[in-house]
Every structure is written in structure tokens, then in C-alpha cells.
Design a protein around this ligand. Structure first.
Ligand code: FRU
Length: 497
């Protein structure tokens, strides 16, 4: 693959050539290597012909492409989305002499049926053998897919969540050995249904400042998202080994924009630490026609993943428990400091970063002391512009009137499509009862932008397609009272490819 092109993200995973969608089977191996598999069409730049592509990383930013891990058995088959577990106790019997056995559980798609299949790997996830007795869960329908499996310690059983998409239902199954599965409960017609449920995830997540953990159900819906096309939501509750009981009837969307779908949690990270996801940074409404594939500005591929996102639960005033969504360990790929000012006040900075080879930038700003005035105000806005064409993306966060994070990708000219909405906004409530401070951070990487307020209490993910590279950043702070101040940092990111 050519990773040089002007639309090729430099700190995000994208496939060498061809079309990518959902992340699949993510796990951390015993050597500290992260594995990412993904829905992959290696032969065309549009969805279809689904394989599991594979890449590995030590830091989740710097990736090594590996051989394709799972191939369809014929032209009518697709290896659809699914997950991986490490069977360290050899519950499956596939691994008599090892503790690093890897088992993939995925959907086999055929024209009239979707069934759940298994493949195992004795070499740590690089090559797989399909199980002789597939399917492990059969069906008579073509709407039954995307198994995500976890180990549930209290019952010593594997637990699978899997979607019945058009019934708006998540099925729970359990198994002692990954081969024989028993249906134990269903979670049905909850939240925003859209037209289909896809890629359910179920994970135990720590609560900030406590020893407690809670269970998070993440569901992706497509089409029919509130903003059009695909989106994901989550709800929080408890689990007894067979049934998930949501705390209340509320859901929250994972993103304020349109390019964050089918996120998957890494297997087996342990509930005492932050959980990690990667998500597909695209939308089914326009993913097959975005201009990265090979016209004038194209680079021979379609789709990137989000940066790795870290997650924990925070009790946000008024909003309640919220799944935070922050760029995991981003400082590990930070390179040259382009600006750093710890006592910034109202004003602006302009930075020319045309000599930063990656053209990938990370910034963060921390505004404090706002509550010392009766009038709570404070705005941080930024713009990334091309010095050649004048195209730009911009966004910001404003306390007044109602704590909005916003994002505007409408001033780039490389893609025109009726579903490719320009502007997004979302509200963060954290500040309301707080001490008058907010934090905003962002990553801009050639054709993708990700924004985070207060460790990702709200976040926004958007792809955008300029005809010329963006190379000038400006950032401005407005409305601060005298006692308030901003600390602002901007860094170049290390090209990972
Ligand atoms: C979600 C999805 C999954 C399916 C896969 C096929 O984006 O539709 O439900 O398994 O993509 O590539």
C-alpha cells in the first residue's frame, strides 16, 4: 500500500489497499502486541467479498500489516464481523499444549443464512483453521450476526452477545467450551432502533473514583441513525451471568458526528483498567464513494479506524454515569512541540505547520477559573486551513449559551454528497455544577478529525476531504474573565506509517 498520499491518515490505521469496515477480533497477546482484524475487501474499493484483514501494533498507533487472517470459502460466502478470545485454560480442547490459543467467533454470511462459525489459531492469531463442526450456532435467517464473546469469571462460562438485527434484539448465549452454546436471554427493542441492530458489545467498565464496575451494552444501528446512516449508542446496567438489566431506559450516543461506527472493545483487558476500543471512522451512507480510492486526490483505499479510545465511567452532574471516550495514550506518539502556553488569555495564535511531514497535529487546551465571575463565558475555537486552496475544517467549544462542542467540515472541496453533512454539535454538561473549567483536545490527521471535551464526555469524529493538504492552524480564546486562563499546547504527531 501507498501510505504517502495526501488523504492517508498517518496516526490512524487504514488498510494497504481495498475497502475496510468494522474492526473485528481485537485482543492483546501475551507478548504485549495488540491485534486488530477488520472487515476487508482486498480486491475492490467498495464493501463486499468480506475477509478478515489483520494488523498488529505495540502502541495502537503504529501498525504492521499482516497477512489476511480469514478467507471466505467461495464467492457466495462472506466472513462477517465477530470477535476473538484467548483460551488460556484450553476450555475448547483445541490447545492441549499451549496457553495462548486464539479462537475467532464470527458470522458466516451466505445468500440465505447467517450463522456463527469458529476458527482457531495455534500461532497466536496469525493463521487460522476453520472448525470442522461449524456452525457453532446455526439459524434459518439471514439476519443473525456479529458475535462478541467475553469470559465471565463468576460462572466460569463464555458469554456471547449477538445481534438479531431486524428484530432489534441482542441475544445472550453461554458456553463452557466455545463449541456448544445455549441461548440464555434476549435484550430487545431498547434505545434508538434505527432499521437494524449490528455489532453488539458487552463489557465491564470501571467507575472513576470508586472500586465499582458496571456493565456497558454498546449497540450499533444502521441505517436509521438520528443524523442519518450509521451510529452507535450505549446503556449501562448490571449483569448476573445470563441477563443484562439496564439501570434505566436511557441511552447515549457515542459521538456527536457521523463517522464512528461498529466500535469494538479489546478482549480481556481486565475491569480494573480502562477499556479500549477502535471504531470504523465512516458511515454506510457514503463510505463506498469517498474520494480516497483513486481519483485525482485518491490514495487507493477506503476507510480508516478511529484512534484508540480509552474508556471509563464518570458520574457527570445531571447526566449521570457516562462512558468517557478519550484518545488512549496519545502522548506516546507526540513529536515536536509547536506551541505551549500555560497562561494564555483572550487572544489567538496562528501556526504554520507545512514543514511537519506527517501533517498530523494534536492539540489540547485547558480553561480554568471561569466560575470566578458571575457571567460564565469562555470559548475556544480553532481552524485548520490549506495555505494553497483556502479550504478549512474548524470547530470549538463554548460555555455560553449551553456548553456546545461543534465541528464544521463543510469548507473542504474533495467530496460532494448529499449525505455528507457539514456541521455537528453536542452538549457537555460537566461544567454546569463544576468549578468553571473545561478541557478540549483534538487530533487532525490529513482526512480525519477527532475532538474530545473533558476526557471525551462528548466527542466528535469526522472524515473530511480537502483537495490540498491543511497546513495552518489557528486557535483563539474568547470571553474569559480576568481570573480565568487557558493553557494551550500543540504538537506534531509522529508519522506511524
Ligand atoms: C456492520 C456490518 C455488520 C456485518 C459487517 C459486514 O457495519 O454490516 O453487521 O457483520 O458489517 O461487513
Amino acid at each position: 500500500g501507498n501510505y504517502e498520499g495526501s488523504l492517508r491518515p498517518q496516526v490512524h490505521f487504514s488498510p494497504p489497499v481495498g475497502f475496510m469496515n468494522d474492526p473485528n477480533g481485537m485482543f492483546l497477546d501475551e507478548n504485549g502486541t495488540y491485534h486488530l482484524y477488520y472487515q476487508y475487501n482486498p480486491s475492490e474499493n467498495v464493501a463486499g467479498n468480506q475477509h478478515w484483514g489483520h494488523a498488529t501494533s505495540q502502541d495502537l498507533y503504529t501498525w504492521t500489516n499482516q497477512q489476511i487472517a480469514l478467507f471466505p470459502g467461495g464467492p457466495d460466502e462472506g466472513i462477517f464481523s465477530g470477535s476473538i478470545v484467548v483460551d488460556s485454560n484450553n476450555t475448547s480442547g483445541f490447545f492441549p499444549n499451549q496457553t495462548n490459543g486464539v479462537v475467532a467467533l464470527y458470522t458466516l454470511n451466505t445468500p440465505d443464512r447467517q450463522v456463527q462459525d469458529l476458527a482457531y489459531s495455534v500461532d497466536g492469531g496469525y493463521t487460522f483453521t476453520k472448525y470442522d463442526n461449524n456452525p457453532i450456532i446455526g439459524s434459518n435467517t439471514n439476519q443473525f450476526r456479529d458475535p462478541k464473546v467475553i469470559w465471565y469469571e463468576p460462572t466460569q462460562l463464555w458469554v456471547m452477545v449477538v445481534a438479531y438485527p431486524v428484530d432489534f434484539e441482542v441475544g445472550f448465549f453461554t458456553s463452557p467450551d466455545l463449541r456448544e452454546w445455549t441461548a440464555v436471554s434476549n435484550f430487545t427493542r431498547f434505545g434508538v432502533t434505527g432499521w437494524q441492530y449490528e455489532c453488539p458489545n458487552f463489557v465491564e467498565v470501571r467507575v472513576e473514583n470508586s472500586t465499582e464496575t458496571r456493565w456497558v451494552m454498546l449497540v450499533s444501528i444502521n441505517p436509521g441513525a438520528p443524523l442519518g446512516g450509521s451510529t452507535s449508542w450505549y446503556t449501562i446496567g448490571s449483569f448476573n451471568g445470563t441477563h443484562f438489566e439496564p439501570d434505566d431506559s436511557t441511552i447515549q450516543l457515542t459521538d456527536i458526528a457521523k463517522d464512528n461506527y461498529a466500535g469494538q472493545f479489546f478482549y480481556g483487558l481486565g475491569a480494573d483498567q480502562d477499556q479500549i476500543t477502535l471504531a470504523w471512522a465512516s458511515n454506510w451512507q457514503y463510505t463506498n464513494v469517498v474520494p480516497t480510492a483513486g481519483n485525482e486526490i485518491g490514495d487507493g483505499f477506503r476507510s480508516a479506524m478511529t484512534v484508540p479510545r480509552g474508556h471509563f465511567l464518570r458520574d457527570v452532574p445531571r447526566k449521570g454515569l457516562t462512558l468517557l471516550n478519550y484518545p488512549w495514550n496519545i502522548h506516546s506518539i507526540v513529536d515536536t512541540e509547536l506551541a505551549l502556553n500555560n497562561s494564555f488569555q483572550n487572544g489567538s495564535v496562528v501556526l504554520d505547520y507545512s514543514d511537519v511531514e506527517s501533517r498530523a497535529i494534536y492539540f489540547e487546551a485547558n480553561i480554568t477559573g471561569l466560575a470566578s465571575s458571575d457571567i460564565l463565558a469562555g470559548t475556544l475555537n480553532f481552524t485548520f486551513t490549506s495555505s494553497v486552496s483556502g479550504e478549512f475544517v474548524r470547530g470549538g467549544f463554548s460555555i455560553a449559551p449551553d456548553n456546545n462542542l461543534w465541528l464544521d467540515r463543510g469548507n473542504t472541496n474533495g467530496f460532494d454528497n448529499p449525505y455528507f453533512s457539514d456541521k455537528f454539535s453536542g452538549t457537555a454538561l460537566y461544567n454546569e455544577d463544576g468549578d468553571g473549567e473545561f478541557r478540549i483536545s483534538g487530533i487532525v490527521d490529513r482526512s480525519i478529525i477527532e475532538l474530545f471535551v473533558n476526557e471525551g464526555e462528548v466527542s466528535g469524529t469526522s472524515v473530511f476531504f480537502p483537495t490540498e493538504p491543511l497546513d495552518i492552524m489557528s486557535l483563539s480564546v474568547k470571553g474569559l474573565n480576568e481570573a480565568a486562563s487557558a493553557s494551550v499546547g500543540v504538537w506534531a504527531l509522529k508519522a506511524a506509517w
